[in-house]
Design a protein around this ligand. Sequence first.
Ligand SMILES: CC(C)(COP(=O)(O)OP(=O)(O)OC[C@H]1O[C@@H](n2cnc3c(N)ncnc32)[C@H](O)[C@@H]1OP(=O)(O)O)[C@@H](O)C(=O)NCCC(=O)NCCS
Length: 182
Amino acid sequence: MPNIKIKRITKNNFDRYSDLILESEQSHPKKIRSDYGDYKDILKTKDSLGLMVFEKDEYVGNIIGCPYRRWEVEEDKIKNIERGKRVFYIYNLVIEPEYRGKGYGYVLVEKFIERIKRRKYNYIVAHVKVGKSLSLFKKFNATIEKEFKNYEKTGKRYDLIVIDLKKKYFDADPKLLVKRKL
Ligand SMILES: CC(C)(COP(=O)(O)OP(=O)(O)OC[C@H]1O[C@@H](n2cnc3c(N)ncnc32)[C@H](O)[C@@H]1OP(=O)(O)O)[C@@H](O)C(=O)NCCC(=O)NCCS
């Protein structure tokens, strides 16, 4: 990853990148794809965060999220989240097919978590596809809160995961202590 760059996506610059980001929605099952309006709504939400990764100025992927409200935590009956804590939701994560399996997803999630920690959130929550995506989040100490065998009628299994941001994820496995220059 010699020429990797991380850029912010905001409600103001979304139109410049929307084609790339909406195209990447094809990676998700049809029933849970988001459209232009969904992205605009997320990015308009106070304290939302969107990051894109580029390699040699080529678009590689994105991650987007926004604060998770108290009623959402309660509606999802998330047991491992204490009352009154600040919770952030990861709404989307996609790496372009030709760049998968090369560590870009890991870097993007890591950068995202660092920023959310700096904003003094306590937990990250996400609905994560079982497989590569779940395995990636487990590297960051994600615990499975709930299993959805047929998530949103997609026919696919997704798990609701929680990352407790006070846990140091590198503690999970010393082999993961990789130094990188970005
Ligand atoms: C899921 C997805 C985002 C993963 O991104 P990726 O760039 O392919 O993943 P990475 O290459 O970073 O990770 C691959 C592996 O290396 C590990 N890894 C990579 N860099 C690492 C590092 N520096 N230190 C430690 N581990 C690292 C990852 O944790 C992962 O481990 P695994 O082999 O045990 O699964 C990508 O496959 C994708 O976009 N899929 C389609 C859409 C999708 O499913 N999105 C998520 C919906 S919930």
